[in-house]
Design a protein around this ligand. Structure first.
Ligand SMILES: Nc1ncnc2c1ncn2[C@@H]1O[C@H](COP(=O)(O)OP(=O)(O)OP(=O)(O)O)[C@@H](O)[C@H]1O
Ligand SMILES: [Mg+2]
Length: 333
């Protein structure tokens, strides 16, 4: 690993909230989780299996680490795609300690055979495995220690229904409010030891796509920019310069997203247009449009999904018009 990568990683772990008080927003989820944890502690039991889902960078992994910390339980982290053979999962489960938390990230990437091992393991804490092959094969069933499965996914609908139904609680993480993002930025600036004035923070917050990870990333770039330009503070001018450098507009929209909006506005006359047509016209993959760009555009009120196709909203036209007056000239056909 290059030194810069190591530095970035160290920075990321320094920025990750280490206790509930530092985890900004998602109040309802925090409240519910704390209740679940408290009750489990009172009963002296492992907590129910938990599922967190929502867009990338909203704080799912962070929540899992906080749950483990609060329970005083060891946390073992795997990703759905790392389980290649059913035996891998069986070995992992039977090696768990009592009360241990198994965190399965990207749970939608678990293969179906692994899922089938998980069902009884989650439900009755038993492991059913087949030993031997052909006519000599026989099933054995092993008791597992009480453990908790915490799963996270960005693709809730890709989880099978039987898997979903085995979680004791399911939490959907939503985008953050602009004030919450500002609060996160302030905390991060303090940790990174960089000064930022309110105007600078506000600009970064507005471009953060209501997402903590994006906010922290912008802040780090702004910190770099300030350092290189011998400025000791991130002010409005620096914040704007960083966005320009990253080719982001004031709402954090990337060139491809502005291009999608333009296509919808000018070529497709605000729609409705089918997602496949939009993908073909933009040269972007349908999956990327649906999973990365659209959620934020919909959150902004720029785009609507209707049965007839995608429809552009008035607010998007206003935004496009505004950008044309600003630093971001947009081509019109
Ligand atoms: N509520 C929060 N308060 C403060 N910082 C947060 C919060 N949620 C997330 N962060 C910051 O954002 C970063 C990304 O969060 P995290 O890794 O938990 O997201 P994720 O939902 O697991 O993303 P992915 O789907 O990509 O795995 C964290 O390292 C942390 O610094
Ligand atoms: Mg994560």
């Amino acid at each position: 690993m290059k030194k810069k990568e190591i530095d970035e990683r160290a920075m990321d772990s320094a920025l990750r909230p280490g206790q509930w008080g530092e985890y900004v927003g998602q109040e309802k989820i925090k409240e519910n989780l704390q209740l679940i944890i408290k009750a489990a502690k009172l009963r002296g039991e492992a907590i129910d299996h938990l599922l967190f889902y929502g867009q990338a960078g909203l704080g799912k992994t962070t929540l899992a680490t906080l749950v483990a910390k609060e329970m005083g339980a060891p946390l073992r982290v795997i990703t759905g795609s790392s389980i290649e053979k059913p035996g891998d999962l069986a070995a992992l489960l039977s090696g768990l300690e009592e009360g241990e938390i198994l965190f399965v990230d990207e749970a939608h990437r678990l293969n179906p055979v692994a899922e089938e091992i998980l069902y009884p393991a989650m439900e009755s804490r038993r492991l059913h495995i087949l030993i031997g092959k052909g006519t000599g094969a026989h099933a054995v069933s092993i008791d597992l220690p009480p453990f908790t499965l915490v799963a996270a996914t960005t693709h809730f609908n890709m989880l099978s229904a039987p898997l979903r139904s085995r979680f004791g609680a399911i939490f959907r993480l939503d985008f953050y409010g602009e004030n919450e993002i500002e609060e996160i930025l302030k905390r991060s600036a303090k940790i990174l030891g960089v000064e930022a004035d309110p105007a600078g923070l506000e600009i970064l917050a507005r471009a953060s796509r209501f997402t903590p990870r994006t906010a922290n990333r912008l802040l780090k770039r702004a910190r770099d920019y300030a350092a290189v330009n011998q400025s000791d503070e991130i002010d409005a001018a620096i914040a704007r310069a960083v966005l320009r450098m990253l080719e982001l507009d004031e709402l954090g929209l990337e060139p491809v997203e502005r291009r999608l909006l333009e296509l919808l506005a000018y070529k497709f006359k605000k729609g409705p247009v089918g997602i496949k047509t939009l993908a073909a016209a933009s040269g972007e993959e349908q999956g990327a449009i649906e999973e990365i760009y659209e959620p934020y555009l919909m959150k902004l009120g720029f785009l609507k999904r209707t049965p007839a196709g995608r429809v552009l909203e008035e607010a998007a036209l206003d935004h496009l018009a505004k950008q044309e007056d600003d630093d971001f000239p947009l081509e019109q056909p």
